[in-house]
Design a protein around this ligand. Structure first.
Ligand SMILES: Cc1cc2nc3c(=O)[nH]c(=O)nc-3n(C[C@H](O)[C@H](O)[C@H](O)COP(=O)(O)OP(=O)(O)OC[C@H]3O[C@@H](n4cnc5c(N)ncnc54)[C@H](O)[C@@H]3O)c2cc1C
Length: 435
């Protein structure tokens, strides 16, 4: 049987493994293996909610082993650390015992493939800014989002203690980068601040709860989206009490402050870096596959590596030409479309047919700006022109993006059951994690 190995079970890789398992795997026409370094999947666009405590990853994750069992593919846990193209095999590092035992959970091993699909996503690009990697938290993984949340709780507890002694000061969060990640985190944190106030965890009034500064080098927030969306979002954020600083780039990140090239200094109890992405470091260890300067794999319009026709890439780790010299943007929407395309491409490859051509369709961008139905967004391809959508309608559309992802990987029925469970949980627990 043709062996398809997919590395990375994120927005794109998990959809691909599930769809291939449901078709080729079920009919025993190919053996599908999904590799991931983590045992569970959490949809990455939810990470700002994990960081703000409004989403518990423990109740919103999907276990790869169970998904593999339900959808006729094999799951192999391990981190990709090498590739041997002549032998068509990848190398996975040993998975250490989390309890510190000498025996690894899984030993280092090799996996052979006929078709390899890289879907390992991206990591934060710190652009060599002094102190950024050392002092700022990024939101690349559940672990990092949880780290932010725990630090926020700790800082809130410390400040509350200070208030008891008569020292009133808010927890100061500086978010560097006002793209979708930074903007959504800022808005979500304002929700968290309100919940903390309600539960008397921190900040009896708005002046001393959580103060957020959003720093953006570009002249406006959401520089990748239209001006109308940017303006509407900035208005909503300011209404929430978020300070927005644009047109000034960060020069250095310190343990307790952020300084900019323009000479400004922002005191910071917590600094978040949300200013750019690049391919994961492992991409440079993959047997000389051609990469771009952002360490993403250069792929043709069939998503095939320019260097090796047996290797494909999709999602954030792929650099695929789109239109007018632009490249497909690093978005869940693109990863989803490329996963659907790859199902067909792999079927063609197995049959020996010519590979189809991928064409990205921009359906617009939605940015969540808090709970009050306040979402500014842009719809492009769907309506044939650009349109601004705000308020409850946009909020519902934003929520439906995750529902669509769930529906793709779990089916419509399971997605509805999950939605019901989610709604029920709202009555049983606070909306924000308090510990
Ligand atoms: C806070 C936040 C909000 C976002 N909001 C939006 C949004 O609203 N809309 C939108 O379209 N996009 C959004 N994005 C971007 C979106 O999440 C990504 O574009 C999308 O997840 C990319 O999908 P992917 O499959 O390429 O990678 P990912 O979803 O990142 O998955 C990569 C997978 O590879 C695994 N992996 C990585 N390295 C290895 C290795 N060496 N070995 C084995 N496994 C490995 C990881 O564990 C992970 O499971 C957001 C991102 C963030 C961080």
């Amino acid at each position: 049987m043709h062996r398809v190995v997919i590395v990375g079970g994120g927005a794109g890789g998990l959809e691909l493994a599930t769809k291939l398992g449901d078709t080729l795997g079920k009919r025993r026409q190919a053996h599908i293996t999904l590799v991931d370094k983590c045992p569970t999947h959490v949809w990455k666009p939810l990470l700002h909610e994990v960081a703000a405590g409004s989403l518990d990853p423990a109740t919103n994750h999907l276990e790869y082993a169970a998904q593999a069992h339900w959808h006729n593919f094999t799951f192999a846990r391990g981190e990709l650390v090498g590739l041997d193209r002549s032998r068509r095999s990848i190398r996975l590092a040993a998975v250490p015992d989390e309890d510190g035992g000498d025996e690894p959970l899984f030993p280092a091993r090799e996996l052979e493939y006929d078709t390899l699909v890289l879907a390992v996503g991206s990591t934060t690009h710190f652009f060599g800014i002094a102190g950024a990697e050392e002092h700022a938290i990024s939101l690349d993984s559940v672990w990092q989002a949880e780290r932010f949340r725990r630090r926020l709780l700790r800082k809130c507890a410390q400040k509350s203690d200070g208030r008891a002694r008569g020292v009133v000061s808010p927890v100061k969060v500086v978010i560097i980068g006002a793209g979708a990640t930074g903007v959504e985190l800022a808005a979500e944190l304002k929700k968290t601040a309100k919940a903390f106030r309600d539960f008397r965890l921190h900040g009896a009034d708005e002046r001393c709860d959580i103060h957020i500064t959003l720093v953006e080098a570009g002249t406006r927030i959401l520089p990748a989206l239209s001006e109308r969306v940017s303006e509407a979002t900035a208005r909503l954020l300011r209404g929430l009490g978020v300070d927005i600083m644009t047109g000034d780039s960060v020069m250095e990140v310190h343990g307790d402050r952020v300084s900019t090239r323009g000479g400004a200094t922002f005191p910071a109890d917590i600094t978040v870096w949300a200013a750019g992405i690049k391919g994961p470091a492992v991409m440079e260890l993959l047997d000389g596959l051609a990469l771009n300067r952002l360490v993403q794999l250069n792929v043709t319009t069939s998503l095939q590596s320019e260097t090796d026709p047996n290797v494909f890439a999709l999602g954030d780790c792929a650099s695929c030409l789109w239109e007018k010299g632009r490249f497909v943007p690093p978005r869940a929407q693109a990863a989803h479309q490329q996963a659907s395309f790859m199902v067909n491409a792999i079927k063609c490859r197995i049959r020996g047919d010519a590979l189809p051509t991928f064409s990205y369709r921009d359906l617009g961008s939605l940015v969540s700006v808090g709970s009050s139905g306040a979402v500014g967004n842009l719809m492009g391809g769907l309506v044939g022109r650009s349109m601004l959508v705000e308020g409850l309608m946009a909020r519902a559309m934003y929520a439906s993006l995750y529902r669509m992802h769930l529906s793709t990987i779990s089916g419509y029925r399971r997605m509805l059951l999950d939605l019901m469970a989610h709604r029920l949980r709202r009555f049983l627990a606070p909306r924000v994690k308090l510990h």
